[in-house]
Design a protein around this ligand. Structure first.
Ligand code: C2E
Ligand code: MG
Ligand code: MG
Ligand code: MG
Length: 284
C-alpha cells in the first residue's frame, strides 16, 4: 500500500517536473522573439532624495507583455533569459531604451535626474559591457553622469575579482555611477567594497520591510547606512511602503528612498507626468 502510493507520488512529481521543463522551454522560445515582436516595455519608479524631497532618479524595470503568455513578471522570465543567454540582447535593449528615454526627458526639461538600469551578471561577464555602454551613451546622447548601473553583489565575486575590478574601473572612467543592488543579501566582503569603485549601496527590501518592528532588521539597516558613511557611499532603501519606514530611514541618514509609498513603477508617459507635477510642486 505505502509502496504503491509512494510510486504514484514519484510518478506525479515526474509528470510535474516534465510540465515545468516544458513550460520553461516554451517560455524561452517566446522570449527569443519578444524583442522583434515589440513585447518589452520599461516601467520607471522614482527615487527620492531624503534631504530635499525631490525626485533624484528613476529605476528602469523591464515588463514583458507576451502575445501568447500574457504579462510575465521579471522574477519569472529574467532567470530564463539569464540561463539561455538571451539576457545579453535583452539587456542591451533595456539600456538603450532607458538611456533614450532619460535623454528625451532631459530635453523636455524634466531633469535633472539619474536613470538606474539593472545589469545581470551574465551581461557583465560574457559580453563587453564597457563597449556596449559607451556606444549606447553616444548613440542616445545621454551624459554618462546621468546613468547608474545596478549590479548585484554576486556579480562582484564571480569570475575572479581582478577582471571585475578592471571592468568596473573602465565603466567608471566613462563617467557613470555604480550601485550595488539588493545589498546585504549576497556575499560582498568589506575588502571588495573598499577596493571596487562603487558609488551607492541599495539596501534590500527584505531588511526594510520590518525595520519599524524588528530590532534585528533595524540594526542591519543601521549598519548598512553607517557602512555607507564610513566608505563614502550613498545609501538608498528599496521597498519603502509606509511612513514609519520612511521616518526611520530619514532619522538614520539614509540618502534616498524608493518604494510604493511614493509611487509604483509606471509606464514612461505616466512617469513624465509624475516628473512634471513634481517639478511644478517644487516651484510653488
Ligand atoms: P530589483 O532591481 O531589486 O527591483 C526592485 C523590485 O522591487 C521591482 O520589482 C519593483 O517593482 C519592486 N518594488 C519597488 N518598490 C516596492 C515596494 O515598495 N514594495 C514591494 N513589495 N516591491 C517594490 P520587479 O519590477 O518585479 O523586478 C524584480 C526584479 O527583476 C528586479 O529587482 C531585478 O532584479 C529584475 N529586473 C527587472 N528589470 C530588469 C532588467 O531590465 N534587467 C535585469 N537584469 N533585471 C531586471
Ligand atoms: Mg534594481
Ligand atoms: Mg533591488
Ligand atoms: Mg530587490
Amino acid at each position: 500500500q505505502a509502496k504503491a502510493s509512494g510510486r504514484n507520488a514519484f510518478r506525479f512529481f515526474t509528470a510535474q517536473m516534465n510540465a515545468d521543463v516544458h513550460e520553461r522551454l516554451a517560455m524561452q522560445n517566446h522570449l527569443r522573439h519578444a524583442i522583434q515582436q515589440g513585447e518589452f516595455e520599461l516601467h520607471y519608479q522614482p527615487q527620492i532624495d531624503l534631504v530635499t524631497g525631490h525626485v533624484s532618479g528613476a529605476e528602469a524595470l523591464l515588463r514583458w507583455h507576451s502575445a501568447v503568455l500574457g504579462t510575465v513578471p521579471p522574477a519569472r522570465f529574467i532567470p530564463l533569459a539569464e540561463e539561455s543567454g538571451l539576457i545579453i540582447p535583452i539587456g542591451e535593449w533595456v539600456l538603450r531604451e532607458a538611456c533614450r528615454q532619460a535623454q528625451q526627458w532631459r530635453e523636455q526639461g524634466l531633469g535633472p535626474m539619474v536613470m538606474a538600469v539593472n545589469v545581470s551578471a551574465l551581461q557583465f561577464h560574457r559580453s563587453d559591457p564597457v563597449e556596449m555602454v559607451g556606444r549606447i551613451l553616444s548613440e542616445t546622447g545621454l551624459p554618462a553622469e546621468c546613468l547608474e548601473l545596478e549590479l548585484t553583489e554576486s556579480l562582484l565575486v564571480q569570475d575572479g575579482a581582478g577582471a571585475t575590478l578592471e571592468t568596473l574601473r573602465r565603466l567608471k572612467a566613462l563617467g557613470l555611477r555604480i550601485a550595488i543592488d539588493d545589498f546585504g543579501t549576497g556575499y560582498s566582503s568589506l575588502a571588495y567594497l573598499r577596493r571596487f569603485p562603487i558609488d551607492k549601496l541599495k539596501i534590500d527590501r527584505a531588511f526594510v520591510r520590518d525595520i519599524a518592528c524588528d530590532p534585528e532588521d533595524a540594526a542591519i539597516v543601521n549598519l548598512i547606512v553607517d557602512l555607507g558613511r564610513i566608505l563614502k557611499l550613498k545609501t538608498i532603501a528599496e521597498g519603502v511602503e509606509d511612513p514609519e519606514q520612511l521616518a526611520f530611514l530619514g532619522a538614520r541618514g539614509c540618502n534616498e528612498v524608493q518604494g510604493y509609498l511614493f509611487a509604483r513603477p509606471m509606464p514612461g508617459a505616466d512617469f513624465a507626468a509624475y516628473l512634471d507635477s513634481a517639478l511644478k510642486a517644487r516651484e510653488r
